[in-house]
Design a protein around this ligand. Structure first.
Ligand code: FMN
Length: 174
């Protein structure tokens, strides 16, 4: 099907190798705007962001994250956080996780659409990593780091994976 949005979704892939070139703030803002356009339960928007483009800070963040070493060559790293002061009351509180996941995918797609590379690196619910990010960034109690997205100029060419599997689709009944 010839559709630009669907094509951008199919083109997205994790990029873990960057040139080290800077990502300009206008691009980062455009990416964050796409992130914040995500749906959220009852439109609660329980999120907040730390965008890091200072080289020294990117390196320090890479040092504490075992699976996000690519921050060392990224132009910007976005920490997507859940804001518990905006999360819904129980039993819906946990929807903040899906809300932040929707933001994350929007951000990955926006980076791809701008010709940049990005990768989702997980933080929550890996509690030792959550704590390491909270401590490093001196986050207040109601802010929970959800994931870190290194974004940069791709160092090489990476092909998206074709994951379509017709056998996963159950029409009308399981
Ligand atoms: C919740 C979650 C956590 C992830 N954590 C990491 C990570 O810590 N480091 C990493 O390099 N990739 C991480 N990834 C990226 C996946 O490895 C990647 O999406 C998967 O291999 C599929 O490849 P693709 O993104 O190129 O389609 C994570 C993805 C998700 C959804």
């Amino acid at each position: 099907m010839d559709n630009q949005v669907i094509q951008a979704i199919l083109d997205r892939k994790s990029i873990r190798s960057f040139t080290g070139a800077a990502v300009d703030r206008a691009q980062t803002e455009a990416i964050l705007r796409a992130g914040m356009a995500a749906p959220s339960a009852m439109n609660s928007q329980p999120w907040t962001f730390i965008a890091i483009d200072d080289r020294e800070r990117l390196d320090t963040l890479a040092d504490i994250l075992p699976y996000a070493k690519m921050l060392k060559t990224a132009g910007v790293g976005i920490i997507i956080c859940g804001d518990m002061s905006k999360a819904l009351p129980e039993p819906m509180t946990g929807f903040w996780i899906q809300d932040c996941a929707a933001v994350t995918e929007n951000i990955l797609l926006a980076a791809e659409a701008l010709g940049l590379g990005a990768v989702w690196t997980g933080v929550y619910p890996n509690m030792p990593v959550v704590k390491a990010v909270c401590d490093l960034m001196k986050l207040p109690e109601h802010i929970v780091p959800f994931c870190v997205i290194p974004i940069g100029h791709p160092a090489g060419k990476t092909m998206p994976k074709d994951k379509f599997d017709a056998a996963r689709i159950h029409w009308d009944e399981f």
